[in-house]
Design a protein around this ligand. Sequence first.
Ligand code: PLP
Length: 360
Amino acid sequence: MQVLKKHNFGAGPCILPGSVLQQAANAVVNWNDSGLSILEVSHRSPEFESVVLKTQLLIRELLNVPQSYEVLFLQGGASTQFSMVAMNFLQGRACGAYLDTGYFAQKAIKEAKLFGKVAIVASSEDKDYSYIPDHFETPSDAAFLHCTSNNTIEGTEMFSFPETSAPLICDMSSDIFSRTINVRDFDLIYAGAQKNMGPAGMTLVIAKNEFLNSVKHALPSMSDYRVYRDNQSMFNTPPVFSIYVSMLNLLWLREQGGVTGIQLKNHKKSELLYEEIDRNPLFYGTAMPAHRSKMNITFKMHDPSMEAEFLRFAAGHGVVGIKGYRTVGGFRASLYNALPLSSVEFLVQVMQHFEKEKTM
Ligand code: PLP
């Protein structure tokens, strides 16, 4: 079976290299010549338990996760983490501090308010979330400070993280595994799998054990990080396929030189596209240059009436997924790990071609 791919700049739900898709397809039909599909194998079987373990070990290796941190697999997407973080760490404590950097940060804030007091320490709403605020203070009694490392919709990314005495929690859904991080800077990291890890369905949580132990109150089992830790992420049926394909994808990432290797490639891809956006007289970037995301490149046209035409023109050349998010408009090209440099080079050519047509 041949895997056919367009130039897919979509923001999700899952962008994977062709080789991984091929292995995943084989495993759906006949996993490791077992005569069983990966979809029907028991999650309690030693074979699948070793998949879970291998995936956790790969994550530890690729992100250099210290032994004092747990690697957990949950469900419910990053959106469930918005409330789960608050249920675990906010209830009964003074306040949760939040950095408001965009759409998903706001969603996290909304959910947290259901469980306690929220202090918004800084917001970039004044300039349409086109930057990351860097001057703010965290209340001394904050239970944690929550931030979003990459703002998928607005196209901004944090290139340094706040130094704070409060435990730091970060939503890394759209840039985890795209660049090196120091896990020790954080007390809890969460990420929906479906950008750089694997198919939607699994949510990764990396948490300092000590931070998990600070929770003393009773919680519903499925909302209690300690339950996932104490049951090796198998308290209930885990998202088997998502974990398995994530394992395949992380093996692919290791072959790319790991996170350090992919970071160089991601840098090259984003530089190439930003250069064209800045050069081409038809387009302009929407995020402030110092805060431009390397994963989600947001841009618009000086003449908005041309945008629909450019979308059709790009689609006609096999470029898909570049329509901007509905609340923002314009374009968003997502350059996740699996997108090859050749696709970015192609998009740049398409933009140049369009420019020629319009300015001749
Ligand atoms: N946080 C960020 C930064 C995201 O990009 C997304 C989805 O794209 C979410 C949270 C929500 O994730 P989910 O759909 O897994 O709930």
